[in-house]
Design a binder for this molecule. Structure first.
Ligand code: KG4
Ligand code: ZN
Length: 340
């Protein structure tokens, strides 16, 4: 944590949420504004990148006003600006980057480029009563990424495993779409699964019968598609298919987490990214560590999915390590977390 009190304003625009947050290193959260574009993309069944970028441009000035008003702050109170520089949709990232850099230029203040997945990774530390101890493990499960990471220190991340194809969130979304559920399918599928029997259909747990910490979810999507196509009485078994699919994903994740614990000997596991909102995932991992000395940490439910507060918080933790503030617009659609 920085010694002196610093106020960070962060902009997140990497996908379909427009967000601005203000965070003070001593006082904590000062503002956290999020505008979701879900209704805009829903009719297309997925995110339309060009529409996302245009809508970010429209919303950012309004969100800034709201963020400043909600805490009665002025731009002159901000010490450091930050924005999500990647990974994400290029056009969408550009809007947030230019907006944050414009503000920083006008206020003559530094501006920091933050990695979206580092924002997720650190989000469970934001309001936690206890803090995980370094080094710890992190499982990052979002719409675009599935990563198992060894966290040695802030900014020092070693990728232990990742998906070879679809990300967990992507797998939820694609399977939900096959089942006729609206975008984004992850939470919809999880809700449907609550009324189903997870033991009804046996799906194979991908990449668990060979060693290693990598994941693969595209085969599971295909297995589920075949199940859907071969069931003429789909209406009756929809919830059972959803529950069986969700259970298989969570079982697979649990197996990999156990392996990562064993392989590293670390005690703590931090789980973040949009899929960390999933109730079954939370319950399963919490049960797993009960009566052990291991601990598992999740972000607050509302901070699981994309927000700017995690970006402002990551900036506050990165700041003491030194920053490279410049006004060049340099965003990255792809950006490895072990290359910060
Ligand atoms: O982190 P996030 O908000 O955006 C990305 O960085 O990708 O993650 C969004 C992903 C989507 O795939 C969404 O379907 C999934 O998280 N998700 C869930 C749940 N809530 C969000 N997946 C399963 N169960 C949920 N409850
Ligand atoms: Zn995200």
């Amino acid at each position: 944590m920085p010694n002196s009190s610093l106020t960070f304003l962060a902009v997140e625009s990497s996908c379909d949420e427009t967000a601005i947050a203000i965070y003070n290193s001593e006082k904590g959260v000062l503002a956290n504004e999020i505008y979701s574009q879900i209704p805009l993309h829903r009719e297309y069944g997925g995110v339309v990148p060009e529409l996302a970028a245009r809508d970010h441009l429209r919303r950012l000035p309004l969100l800034l006003q709201q963020a400043l008003k909600s805490g009665t702050y002025s731009l002159t109170d901000i010490d450091i600006f930050a924005y999500t520089a990647g990974p994400g949709l290029l056009g969408a990232l550009m809007t947030g980057a230019t907006f944050a850099k414009g503000l920083a230029f006008a206020q003559k203040k530094p501006v920091m480029a933050i990695h979206h997945m580092e924002g997720h990774l650190l989000s469970p530390l934001l309001c936690a009563k206890e803090q995980p101890e370094f080094p710890f493990l992190s499982l990052l499960v979002s719409g675009g990424h599935t990563l198992l990471v060894a966290v040695k220190a802030i900014g020092d991340y070693e990728i232990l495993g990742q998906t070879l194809d679809d990300a967990v969130g992507e797998s939820f979304d694609k399977t939900a779409k096959l089942m006729g559920l609206p975008y984004p399918g992850g939470p919809e599928l999880a809700q449907l699964a609550q009324t189903g029997n997870p033991k009804k259909f046996k799906l194979s747990r991908p990449m668990t019968n060979r060693p290693g910490l990598d994941f693969s979810f595209s085969g599971l999507k295909t297995q589920t598609r075949l199940l859907i196509e071969s069931n003429p009485n789909m209406a009756e078994v929809r919830a059972d298919i959803a529950a069986s699919f969700e259970q298989t994903i969570i079982d697979t994740i649990l197996i990999k987490c156990r392996r990562a614990w064993q392989q590293t000997g670390y005690r703590d596991l931090v789980i973040a990214g949009g899929v960390s909102a999933n109730k079954l995932l939370r319950q399963t991992l919490q049960n797993e560590v009960r009566n052990t000395n291991r601990r598992v940490f999740f972000p607050e439910q509302a901070l699981s999915t994309d927000n700017a507060l995690m970006i402002a918080f990551a900036a506050s933790l990165q700041y003491p390590r030194g920053i490279d503030s410049n006004l060049e617009i340099n965003v990255k659609a792809r950006w490895a977390l072990d290359n910060l």
